[in-house]
Design a protein around this ligand. Structure first.
Ligand code: PLP
Length: 403
């Protein structure tokens, strides 16, 4: 059983050994683990590499801050002072080329912000542009609010997924808003500044509201660099809602905290009004403690994490190269996802779950054309990752032999 050693330790070494520990999440109602148990094939030997959280421990600084606050026995109404807005403003100042605390609206989650933005800035029946494959909640949220998703499929280029700018331009003519996901889930693309400028021009041409989901912006590898589409044009900055969060970066998804950066004062005011009415800016007091410890004290943890995830990305890259022909993929530039293609295996995620007992996200959830694809979350201890990959490889070899 994993035990956190907190007291008496002045500073932690966030090295490979820290992240290599395999932490039992049973009894914590962890969705990633409890859901696959319910599928009926779960035992201690199944590998759930699907949902977007990490099987890696957050920083000791964050755990310490939460424990310290929990030790005080009164959890009453709590002020969310400007300090929290300032923390977000400082964190995203350079990626968004200037953020003032007043631009920041706290929100319990990115998807609530996106839903709020759609409700406030579009009307029922309006069309919303989305690049596909895409994170499924974009689609369900747009539809449940009575708006219509309009999809443009990304192009499978030589080295990476590419944006179909002609398709986007055509589709945008009927749309009121555009939901961008950058870094992109599930493909792992981190869009270049040039691509963002072309998207920004297109948004201006068609007078779209821009909703930019930037929740994965802390996961960027190698030469890639995240910049927000807010920096691509004044039009987008004035017509956009830019959603950021510490929850993926610091593994705090269950704690729920994020922010919407809204530079246009009128849009900001309307969003704040709505957020107050529905309560999405009522941030939990533990989330506030976690935020402070993440952004102020967890820099060296994050450095260690990115090193570890970079190594995990390399492990999957070598696995893809070794299985070339039967498994294909572009190397992700960001996120902790590898988007894997298994040519000619329909419903591959179901086969993998039942036959290899490795649970990945079903590609069909991201696009009806992607049932031969599956999304692998490589944010887990390296032994787990390599064991899961071995199972996938041997399952694939067995299947090829049977063909
Ligand atoms: C692209 C993207 N946006 C939003 C979310 C969910 O964010 P939140 O929990 O803050 O609503 C996820 C979680 O997987 C995601 O991948």
């Amino acid at each position: 059983m994993f035990r956190l050693v907190l007291r008496g330790e002045l500073s932690m070494r966030y090295d490979k050994a820290y992240f290599d520990r395999e932490i039992d999440r049973s009894g914590t109602e962890a969705t990633k683990w409890s859901r696959y148990d319910n599928l009926g094939f779960g035992d201690s030997c199944s590998f759930p590499l699907w949902l977007a959280d990490m099987d890696l421990p957050t920083s000791v600084e964050i755990s310490r801050a939460l424990i310290k606050r929990a030790e005080h026995p009164i959890y009453g109404y709590t002020d969310r002072g400007p300090e929290y807005q300032r923390l977000f403003a400082e964190r995203f100042d350079s990626s968004h080329q200037g953020v003032k605390p007043s631009d920041v609206v706290l929100s319990t989650g990115v998807m609530y912000s996106i839903a709020g933005a759609l409700e406030i800035f579009t009307n029922p029946g309006d069309c919303v542009l989305i690049m596909r494959p895409c994170y499924r909640p974009f689609v369900t949220t747009v539809e449940s609010l009575g708006r219509k998703p309009v999809f443009v499929d990304m192009i499978q280029g030589k080295d990476a997924y590419e944006i179909d700018f002609d398709g986007m331009d055509h589709a945008a003519a009927q749309c009121r808003a555009f939901i961008l996901c950058n870094p992109h889930n599930p493909t792992g693309r981190v869009f270049t500044h040039g691509e963002l400028e072309s998207l920004a021009a297109l948004c201006e041409r068609h007078q779209l509201i821009v909703i930019s989901d930037e929740i994965h912006s802390d996961f960027v590898y190698g030469d890639s660099k995240f910049s927000s589409i807010a920096t691509a044009s004044q039009y987008v900055r004035d017509h956009g809602v830019f959603c950021v969060a510490p929850t993926k970066a610091f593994n705090l998804a269950g704690i729920k905290i994020s922010a919407a950066l809204i530079f246009n004062q009128d849009m900001n005011r309307r969003f704040v009004g709505r957020a107050k009415t529905v309560g999405i800016n009522s941030i939990n007091l533990f989330a506030m403690e976690a935020l402070k410890a993440a952004y102020v004290q967890s820099g060296s943890w994050q450095e260690g994490l990115l090193q570890y995830l970079g190594d995990n990305r390399d492990i999957v890259t070598r696995f893809v190269e070794a299985n070339r022909g039967s498994i294909q993929a572009y190397r992700p530039e960001g996120t902790y996802f590898y988007w894997l293609n298994f040519p000619e295996v329909e419903n591959v995620a179901t086969h993998l779950a039942h036959e290899a007992r490795v649970v990945l996200n079903d590609g069909a959830d991201f696009s009806p054309y992607c049932s031969e694809w599956a999304r692998l979350n490589f944010a887990c201890p390296q032994r787990v990752l390599t064991s899961a990959l071995e199972r996938i490889a041997s399952w694939r070899r067995g299947r090829c032999r049977r063909l």
